[in-house]
Write a protein that binds this ligand. Structure first.
Ligand code: HEC
Length: 503
């Protein structure tokens, strides 16, 4: 009952928000409500899948049909056992994290422990991400570069010679499956699973635990941390469900149209995130959304299809070719989505992208450009020529650099440079809470990135970066926590425009 009420309420709130802009979109649910909704969504999703498959298998059994179709369905059911285990691990891990957080919350250890968690999980995330994408690039290269013509046995699709690490390697790809499945068959799945798990954990540690600082920007939308976290989680789940449906629909057969709609789908989410989160968090959520699609592809489609193929071969049947096709479709999507995702993951080092007034356009532009570059790599790996792609990509990059460039405007009062005393005052009021050897801020216990403005010379030395963060991109003060005004930003710009002088 409570769940239904919560759900209706949140829909209602969404409506109010749509009607009245920024007013009225306030909720007082606690985070447990939202997590409950998310868990229920997953449960519904999983159980509906399982039920449907069980029913279909029974129907097939009753009809007395055997063969490929049935093998496919049975193995999919077996696989759901493994999938459920992954969800259970996820639950346990978050319980442990919550336990740690519960004990340190509010103590002097809180910021310290969160930073170490951040370090450990981020490190893990990067390592697994490299392993996943490395393997994915490698197999994609194989697929593109296989010799498919000369001197092949009948059962082979292609072969390839390579040299690496001081040794020669010879590789063969089978058309379908070998007559006998080898005892030791190497799978590539944990790279993807752990990349997603560590990435999701990082999202929680950085953006959800510190929602007020990193996730929410009151000048974008004034919402409670609970609602913001809820919107993030539900969006990720809906994003995957929507994408999965799109792939299974008849649309998937029409390549160009499909890519166009997928692109609009992601661009739509990007726009939505930029209306509710801080720009930096909005970018990361687009990355998390695409990353979820990619890991979901491995988890829900590619690996289950491969399992069904192996099992079919083991039972002496030939695997349903549909399985390979389904897996290949998702694998291709992942291939093209890697570069945009990697850009988004490093984007929070580049405030000129997310902090720009054109941030939505820049995100879309960079993503498209990187898809183009990935296409170029695929084409030359296949041994075909593509002279026009890279020049276009370069032009796009210059275009984006130009579009995002700061536009000069006259900000000085009476055309006079701001006096340094005034600058000192502004920085003292708006920045040194965090950027000081001894920060007074409640969450920043050490100066962020080692940047301090205690001495007058510090301010002069950092002038260009201050211009970038506090004037051009307005990404400082963090989440405008110290409520800097536009006049103050103008005053800083006027000082810097006139050479950032001490006297
Ligand atoms: C509430 C805390 C807080 C306040 C207030 C704050 N900052 Fe920051 N600042 C941060 C954090 C956290 C980072 C690191 C994350 C990032 O770069 O976004 C940072 C990073 C920076 C950087 C980037 C350093 C680098 O390595 O490139 C600059 C420059 C900066 N701040 C300038 C300012 C200025 C100027 C002000 C005042 C107008 C200010 N900050 C106010 C928290 C704060």
């Amino acid at each position: 009952m409570k769940l239904v009420a919560t759900f209706i309420f949140s829909l209602f709130n969404g409506l109010v928000w749509a009607e009245t802009g920024k007013e009225g979109f306030q909720t007082n649910f606690d985070v447990t409500n939202w997590i409950f909704i998310l868990i229920m969504l997953f449960v519904i999703y999983l159980t509906s899948g399982i039920l449907r498959q069980v029913l279909q298998t029974l129907k097939q059994r009753l009809k007395g049909k055997s063969g490929q179709e049935e093998v496919l369905l049975l193995t999919e059911i077996e696989d759901i056992g493994e999938q459920r285990r992954v969800f259970i691990y996820l639950g346990l891990m978050f319980l442990a994290l919550y336990g740690i957080y519960y004990f340190v919350e509010g103590t002097t250890w809180e910021a310290h422990v969160v930073e170490w968690l951040n370090l450990i999980v981020r490190w893990t995330h990067v390592v697994f991400g490299i392993a996943w994408i490395g393997a994915s690039f490698y197999f994609n290269f194989l697929e593109n570069a296989l010799n498919r013509k000369e001197g092949l046995r009948d059962e082979l699709a292609g072969n390839l010679w390579a040299i690496h690490g001081g040794g020669f390697y010879y590789l063969e790809k089978y058309k379908v499956a070998p007559k006998e499945i080898p005892k030791e068959l190497h799978w590539f799945k944990y790279e993807a699973y752990f990349t997603w798990l560590s990435g999701f954990t990082l999202l929680v540690i950085v953006y959800y635990l510190d929602a007020n600082v990193y996730l929410i920007d009151k000048s974008v939308l004034d919402i409670s941390p609970q609602s913001a976290v809820g919107i993030g989680l539900v969006s990720l789940a809906l994003g995957w469900l929507g994408y999965d449906m799109l792939c299974k629909s008849a649309l998937a057969k029409r390549q160009t149209l499909f890519w166009f709609i997928l692109f609009a789908f992601i661009a739509g989410f990007a726009w939505f995130f930029l209306q509710v989160f801080s720009p930096r968090a909005a970018y990361i959520h687009v990355g998390a959304l695409i990353g979820t699609m990619m890991a979901g592809n491995v988890f829900r489609v590619i690996i289950p299809s491969q399992k069904a193929m192996v099992n079919a071969a083991k039972r002496g049947g030939s695997p349903n070719p549909l399985l390979g096709k389904r897996a290949l479709q998702r694998s291709r999507h992942n291939n093209y989505l890697t570069l945009p995702v990697i850009f988004i993951m490093i984007s929070n080092h580049f405030p000129t992208t997310y902090g720009n007034e054109w941030n939505w356009f820049i995100l879309i532009g960079l993503s498209l450009t990187s898809v183009l570059v990935k296409h170029y790599l695929n084409v030359i790996e296949e041994g075909r020529k593509a002279v026009w792609i890279m020049p276009i990509a370069v032009v796009c990059m210059f275009g984006l650099t130009f579009i995002s460039a700061p536009r000069p405007k006259e900000v000085c009062k009476d055309g006079e440079a701001t006096k340094f005393e005034e600058v000192r005052l502004i920085v003292d009021q708006r920045c040194v809470q965090c950027h000081s050897e001894n920060p007074t801020d409640d969450t920043q216990k050490v100066p962020p990135n080692g940047v301090v403005f205690d001495k007058d010379e510090d301010i002069v030395a950092y002038a260009d970066r201050i211009l970038n963060r506090a004037v051009v991109t307005k990404t400082m003060p963090q989440a405008n926590k110290t409520e800097m005004t536009q006049e103050e930003r103008d005053a800083l710009q006027c000082w810097i425009d006139h050479g950032a002088k001490l006297k």
